[in-house]
Design a protein around this ligand. Structure first.
Ligand code: HEC
Ligand code: HEC
Length: 474
């Protein structure tokens, strides 16, 4: 589609800031109150390959307390746990707003000429679904033409079977990415620059597309809650909290929660990253074009007719606000079998990583390194993501760390606890999408999950069926 220059309205900007509310501490949803000892690993972006690169080393969780942050490093801003009154987050596969933005004009009456970015849920959904072409900045290397191609299932924003490809190799015991970055784009606008995986890059994984529905609630989980969850976990299964840079907050660090490696903490940062790395569209947050295996194919070469940044950043905010305004995935029918399985799921220990219930920050809380405040629609909500959003080594590590560099090597064997909400809408499971049943997915759990898996295996067949019925209700 033709590139449309979209402007912000003052009303929209004003609406982005809800009133500051009282903040306090409450821990009933997470079991135990623990002082946040934020000492995670730190990653900030580099201009070089358009994604995160190392800044300082702070190893999480046990050893880091002793390590001071490197000179100049910013500390994670505390985001206090709310003590307010909480409501269940709205849930539904219904293309309706959660209240973050108004619903807007009828979706099927919006077109390229009438769409107004950031006006409403329907406007932002239209932009999320838009198919981009070369004149819009697509490519030169890319994976897909629209966010929806990979994030639509039941409704726009769901997970899908589409997988992307990451590669690299081990040299002198160190992970080395493929030239130009570990993400191999699987499409190109010109056959000359199509990325073939170099033969020597023997480390390789697939990463399947994740669910975005309810993402605004996940973004509104305070840092302090994720750290308290981690601190409450028994040492044998304790997760790793990763500090990542919020691009739109001058790279301020925040606890990561989005993506298979919790590599982002904000919807806007992930959207900018996805626009560049999935679609090849540069923005003010990530203005440098991707290479083709290290070869410059940017504006000025024969392969890219559009000057950078190819989008003025408004699309990125529209994607972010679309995702923020989606409802959480709804549960399926709940019967006695499901309820019994729910109890077993927690009693064998699955729920220690797949945390059933989390509460979001109070409306008005500053999050994302200060970039935004929590709006009323996502503040003080109860969600059921079945994840701690932390990284764990359960023996399924794909060999590719969140970033190259010795200090991130441990993340090569770790993945984020897969949120189990909307599990009943997925049939290619785990990060690589290579487990096709929940039984297979469970049997791949080892490492930190060994004790829990053994407890699950010790259940009677009838009890296991109850757990499966429970999983099928998510
Ligand atoms: C080619 C398929 C593809 C396209 C196109 C795509 N994504 Fe994704 N998306 C993925 C995959 C795969 C992941 C998981 C990647 C990972 O973590 O390594 C993901 C993850 C995400 C996440 C993290 C959600 C979570 O918590 O796990 C967000 C947010 C996201 N995408 C937003 C977008 C936006 C916005 C666009 C459009 C600009 C987009 N994506 C386009 C495949 C795609
Ligand atoms: C130590 C933490 C931990 C424990 C305990 C744990 N899991 Fe997981 N689970 C994970 C991680 C991490 C992943 C993602 C692994 C990957 O993608 O390679 C995952 C993935 C899954 C998936 C795949 C979901 C998807 O969308 O792909 C299912 C299903 C699952 N777990 C069920 C369970 C059940 C049932 C139990 C209890 C028997 C359990 N898990 C215990 C950490 C844990």
């Amino acid at each position: 589609m033709k590139y449309v220059h979209r402007g912000l309205t003052t009303a929209v900007i004003a609406g982005a800031f809800a009133a500051l509310a009282t903040i306090g501490i409450s821990s009933d949803s997470i079991g135990q109150q623990a002082a946040p000892t934020a000492t995670p690993q730190m990653a900030i972006p580099s201009g070089e390959f358009n994604r995160f690169s190392v800044s300082t080393l702070r190893v999480d969780p046990e050893t880091a307390a002793a390590e001071a942050p490197a000179a100049g490093a910013q500390a994670v801003t505390p985001e206090p746990i709310s003590r307010g009154t909480f409501r269940e987050a709205p849930a539904g596969f219904d293309n309706r707003t959660n209240g973050f933005d108004p619903q807007g004009p009828a979706f099927d009456r919006i077109d390229e000429n009438t769409v107004v970015a950031l006006r409403s849920f329907n406007d932002n959904r239209f932009i999320f679904e838009e198919v981009e072409g070369i004149a819009d900045g697509l490519g030169p290397t890319y994976n897909s033409q629209s966010c929806r191609e990979c994030h639509q299932n039941i409704v726009t924003g769901g997970a899908s079977q589409v997988a992307e490809h990451r590669t690299g190799r081990i040299e002198l015991l160190q992970f080395v990415e493929s030239v130009g970055g570990s993400l191999i784009q699987s499409r190109a606008t010109n056959p000359e620059i199509f990325e073939q995986v170099p033969f020597e890059d023997g480390v390789s994984t697939l990463r399947v597309s994740t669910n975005l529905l309810g993402g605004g609630f996940v973004e509104a989980i305070p840092n302090d809650t994720l750290l308290a969850i981690r601190n409450a976990q028994p040492a044998a299964i304790r997760g790793t909290a990763l500090e990542v840079a919020v691009l739109e907050a001058n790279n301020a660090p925040r606890i990561g929660r989005f993506g298979w490696k919790s590599q982002h903490a904000s919807m806007e940062s992930f959207a900018a990253d996805a626009y560049l790395n999935e679609m090849g569209i540069t923005t003010p947050l990530l203005p440098a074009e991707n290479t083709s295996l290290g070869r410059d194919v940017s504006f000025g070469t024969a392969f890219d007719p559009v000057a950078d940044p190819e989008d003025d950043g408004v699309d990125v905010r529209a994607f972010a606000n679309f995702m923020r305004a989606t409802k959480a995935p709804p549960r399926g029918p709940i019967n006695a079998q499901v309820r019994a399985g729910d109890v077993l799921f927690n009693s064998v220990g699955c729920g220690a990583c797949h945390i059933p219930t989390i509460r979001t920050a109070a409306p008005g809380t500053r999050i994302n390194g200060g970039a935004i405040r929590v709006r009323d629609a996502v503040g003080n909500k109860i969600i059921h993501p079945y994840s701690d959003f932390l990284l764990h080594d359960i023996g399924t590590g794909d060999g590719i760390p969140v970033l190259p560099g010795a200090q991130f090597l441990s993340t090569a064997t770790q993945l984020r606890t897969a949120p189990l909400w909307a599990l009943r809408t997925r049939n290619r499971l785990m990060h690589d999408g290579l487990s096709f049943t929940k039984q297979e997915a469970i049997s791949r759990h080892a490492g930190q999950a060994t004790v829990v898996k053994d407890a699950f295996n010790a259940l009677t067949p009838a009890q296991k069926d109850q757990v499966f019925a429970f999983l099928d209700s998510l």
